[in-house]
Design a protein around this ligand. Structure first.
Ligand code: MRU
Length: 353
């Protein structure tokens, strides 16, 4: 087995949360202290931290931090709902933030029913957030194990966005499968879509793979079709921000295009996501709220204008890949091969009971 590094995007020191400022990678590796729940909300909104599972984990810590602030400033605990709402309204598409906040909210309300002191209340909330973090890390390692079996030796794998240690508690979802394949000794090469406009691929995925010594090339997003048509890609593997009841997947803008290419050229298209990314309350992909970000993200790069100031731009952050374009969804509880509403329901019920 090859030895890999243990890259982590967050660390907790006492009650203080530090995160890697992903806006500064790959040029600077800078840890940012998030002291208040407002700091946390800003870090999520500005994409200082990003990636569906990491947003959820940091949001959970944000809630614990907010309650600690309330207690320390002798404020009314009924203000807890404001903290919850502020964190909830940061980014709309990834479902992880919603369930982690709901879990923290339920924990908080159950703790209030117990006869515990304020210090214990704070400790228990931080512990709950830590449990969410640890569960995510273990889910990723398990998905890596399941997923790597699907990766042939000497494969060239195309991936999109950043789905690695920087997007999760550690190891990663789609990039976790790539890490596991490499760890198991497979001779793989990774093609990384640069992923305009935030450049999660070029800045973050390339940084992680470079750190790990995993062979890779950055490609422009619009190279994928040409490379696939030339037979230079064996499979595509991506993460997910939300998987709904019928199996449609919301993921970084550009994912849908790749799924169409995979179908046209008959190569596997895998989605890797923990079961916590499923949202069975939403029926189909078109019902998922798609985040629209500031047009300046498209019109500038590295602080420089790259388009006429007065030309308008459109900046959808995610798109929807229909279930029928996906070869399999890899979760920590196993694989879903035939993706439809009935199979997903059966799979989640069967595996969680
Ligand atoms: O806008 P981002 O960077 O938060 O989007 C991230 C993605 O789309 C990832 O592919 C997704 O969160 C799954 S990764 C664990």
């Amino acid at each position: 087995m090859r030895k890999l590094k243990d890259i982590r995007a967050l660390k907790l020191e006492g009650y203080t949360l530090f995160v890697i400022n992903q806006l500064k990678l790959p040029n600077e590796l800078e840890w940012e202290k998030l002291e208040t729940y407002i700091d946390v909300a800003k870090a999520i909104k500005s994409m200082m931290i990003r990636g569906a599972p990491l947003i959820g984990i940091v949001g959970a810590y944000g809630f614990a931090i907010g309650i600690k602030q309330l207690i320390e400033s002798n404020k009314d605990l009924s203000k807890a709902k404001d903290i919850y709402d502020t964190l909830l309204n940061t980014r709309p598409t990834a479902v992880n933030l919603f369930w982690t906040l709901e879990r923290m909210w339920n924990k908080f309300n159950n703790l209030l029913k117990e006869d515990i002191d304020e210090k214990k209340l704070i400790d228990e909330l931080f512990k709950e957030a830590r449990r969410i973090e640890i569960e995510d890390y273990h889910a990723n390692k398990t998905m890596g194990g399941y997923g790597q079996v699907l990766i042939p030796d000497k494969a060239t794998i195309l991936t999109h966005c950043n789905t690695g240690a920087l997007a999760t508690a550690g190891w990663g979802t789609a990039l976790g499968v790539i890490r596991s394949a490499y760890e198991y000794g497979k001779d793989i090469t990774v093609l990384i879509d640069e992923t305009r406009p935030y450049l999660q691929g070029a800045r973050l995925t390339a940084w992680e793979l470079y750190e790990e010594g995993i062979p890779h090339y950055i490609i422009t997003d619009n190279s994928a079709g040409f490379l696939i048509s030339k037979g230079k890609v064996d499979l595509i593997i991506v993460g997910a921000d939300r998987i709904v009841a019928n199996g449609d997947v919301a993921n970084k803008i550009g994912t849908y295009t790749l799924s169409v290419l995979a179908k046209e050229h008959n190569i596997p298209f895998y989605v890797v996501a923990p079961t916590t990314t499923f949202d069975l309350t939403t029926k189909k992909g078109e019902d998922i709220p798609i985040e629209v970000r500031d047009e300046r993200e498209v019109k500038t790069c590295g602080g420089c204008d790259i388009a006429p100031k007065n030309s308008p731009a459109i900046n959808y952050s995610f798109d929807i890949t229909p279930a029928e374009n996906i070869t399999a969804i890899i979760t920590e509880k196993g694989l879903i091969n035939e993706i439809n509403e009935k199979n997903i329901k059966n799979f989640l019920n069967y595996k969680t009971n």
